[in-house]
Design a protein around this ligand. Structure first.
Ligand SMILES: NC(=O)c1ccc[n+]([C@@H]2O[C@H](COP(=O)([O-])OP(=O)(O)OC[C@H]3O[C@@H](n4cnc5c(N)ncnc54)[C@H](O)[C@@H]3O)[C@@H](O)[C@H]2O)c1
Ligand SMILES: [Zn+2]
Ligand SMILES: [Zn+2]
Length: 347
C-alpha cells in the first residue's frame, strides 16, 4: 500500500510501505476514503514532536471502510463505514473509565497515538487498535466530507472550548482565533444558546467565515481589540473567552475579555511559558480551563450533523487526491494566504 511517511524534519514522502494488518485480536484495518491534515502534522514536520520518528506514517483523522477485523472485535464488521478519531481508547484504564481517553494509559500513556506513536491515517489503509471502543459508525445521513472534521477539530472546539468554558443560554462568548478549531467553537456555541458569539482574528477571510459559521460579531485584531469586545457586552466583558491560537498574547487577550465569574477556556497548544497577571486576576473569580481533546463528544456531534444542526462540511475548503498530498500540505501550511480552512484528501 501507499502512505505518507515522515523522514525527519522537513521530509515526508508518499511511498510504498508494508500493508496495514490486524496485529492484535482487538484491531481492525480500515481502508481510508477521506483524510485531512491537522496543524499538529505541520508541527511534526517542523521537528517539534520528538516522539514522532523517521518512518512513521502521518495523520490522525480518517473516514473509511473496515476491511479486516480481529477475532475479539464485536461491534464492527468488514464493510462498515467508520470514523477513525484522533484519540484511541482502550476503555479499561483509569483515564478511559473516567471518560478522559486523551490520557489512555495503554499505548504510550496518551490517547493520541495515530501518526504519533503508531502509523497514522494519511495512507491507503490504517490499523486501528481497540477498535470496539475507539471507532464510531457513521450514520448514512452523514457524508465523508462532514464526518472527517469530527475526528479532531470539531470535538476540540466543542469539548475544550464550549463545554470546558461552560457556555450556557444567554452567555456572551468571545473566541480568540478563527481557525478550524476556533470556528468549531463558534459553530457549536450556538447549541448552548449563547446570546452573542464574538470572533476575533487578524485575518479578514477567517472573520468572514466566522460570520458564516454563526458568529454574531467579529473583531479584527488591533490595539483596540479588548475595548471593542467589552463594548459589545455592555462594558461587562464576556462570560466565556475561548483561546484558540496558542500564543501568550492571545491567552492574555482572552483573560482581559472575561468578566468576573466567567471562564477562560484555553484550547491553543502553547510552546512557551505565559505570564498571567494574577495580581489583577485573583480577585475576579474566574476559572481557567485547558486540556487535550477526548473526542468523547463525537456521538453527539454525529447526531447534530445528521439532523442538519451542524453544517460540518463548511470546514472543507480545498480538495486533493492522495497523489496530490504534497500540494495539500503546501496549501494547508499557508492556509491563510490560500483562503483555506481544512483540506479534504481522498484516494
Ligand atoms: N487542546 C487540544 O486538544 C487541541 C487540539 C487541536 C488543536 N489545538 C490547538 O488549537 C489551536 C488552533 O488550531 P487551528 O487548527 O484552528 O489553528 P489555525 O492556525 O488554523 O488557527 C489559528 C487562527 O488564529 C489566528 N491568529 C493568529 N494570531 C492571532 C492573534 N494575535 N489574535 C487573534 N487571532 C490570531 C490566525 O489568523 C488563525 O485564523 C492551535 O494552537 C492548535 O495547536 C488544540
Ligand atoms: Zn489534530
Ligand atoms: Zn485507556
Amino acid at each position: 500500500m501507499k502512505a505518507l511517511v515522515y523522514h525527519g524534519p522537513g521530509n515526508k514522502s508518499w511511498e510504498d510501505v508494508p500493508d496495514a494488518t490486524v496485529q492484535e485480536p482487538t484491531d481492525v484495518v480500515v481502508k481510508v476514503e477521506t483524510t485531512t491534515i491537522c496543524g499538529t502534522d505541520l508541527h511534526i514536520l517542523q521537528g517539534d514532536v520528538a516522539a514522532v520518528t523517521d518512518g512513521r506514517i502521518l495523520g490522525h483523522e480518517a473516514v473509511g471502510t473496515v476491511t479486516a477485523v480481529g477475532d475479539a472485535v464485536r461491534g464492527f464488521s468488514v464493510g462498515d463505514r467508520v470514523l477513525v478519531p484522533a484519540i484511541t481508547k482502550c476503555g479499561r484504564c483509569e483515564y478511559c473509565q473516567r471518560g478522559m481517553p486523551s490520557h489512555c494509559q495503554t499505548v504510550g500513556g496518551i490517547g493520541w497515538i495515530f501518526g504519533h506513536l503508531i502509523d497514522g491515517t494519511q495512507a491507503e489503509y490504517v490499523r486501528v487498535p481497540y477498535a470496539d471502543t475507539s471507532l464510531y459508525a457513521v450514520p448514512s445521513e452523514v457524508t465523508d466530507e462532514q464526518a472527517i472534521f469530527l475526528a479532531d477539530s470539531l470535538p476540540t472546539g466543542y469539548e475544550v472550548g464550549v463545554l470546558a468554558g461552560n457556555v450556557r443560554p444567554g452567555h456572551t462568548v468571545a473566541v480568540v482565533g478563527a481557525g478550524a478549531v476556533g470556528l468549531s467553537a463558534v459553530l457549536t456555541t450556538g447549541l448552548w444558546g449563547a446570546s452573542k458569539v464574538i470572533a476575533i482574528d487578524s485575518n479578514k477571510f477567517r472573520l468572514e467565515k466566522a460570520l458564516e459559521f454563526g458568529a454574531t460579531d467579529v473583531v479584527e485584531v488591533g490595539p483596540g481589540t479588548v475595548g471593542d469586545v467589552v463594548a459589545l457586552t455592555d462594558g461587562l466583558g464576556v462570560d466565556v473567552a475561548i483561546e484558540a491560537v496558542g500564543y501568550p498574547e492571545t491567552l492574555l487577550t482572552a483573560a482581559s475579555l472575561v468578566r468576573p465569574g466567567g471562564t477562560i477556556a484555553n484550547v491553543g497548544v502553547h510552546g512557551t511559558p505565559v505570564e498571567l497577571p494574577m495580581q489583577d486576576m485573583w480577585i475576579s473569580n474566574v476559572t481557567l480551563t485547558m486540556g487535550l481533546v477526548d473526542t468523547v463528544s463525537i456521538p453527539t456531534l454525529l447526531k447534530m450533523v445528521a439532523s442538519g444542526r451542524i453544517p460540518a462540511e463548511k470546514m472543507g475548503t480545498h480538495r486533493f487526491t492522495f497523489g496530490q498530498i504534497d500540494e495539500a500540505y503546501s496549501v494547508f501550511a499557508d492556509a491563510a494566504a490560500n483562503l483555506a480552512l481544512k483540506v479534504v484528501i481522498t484516494p
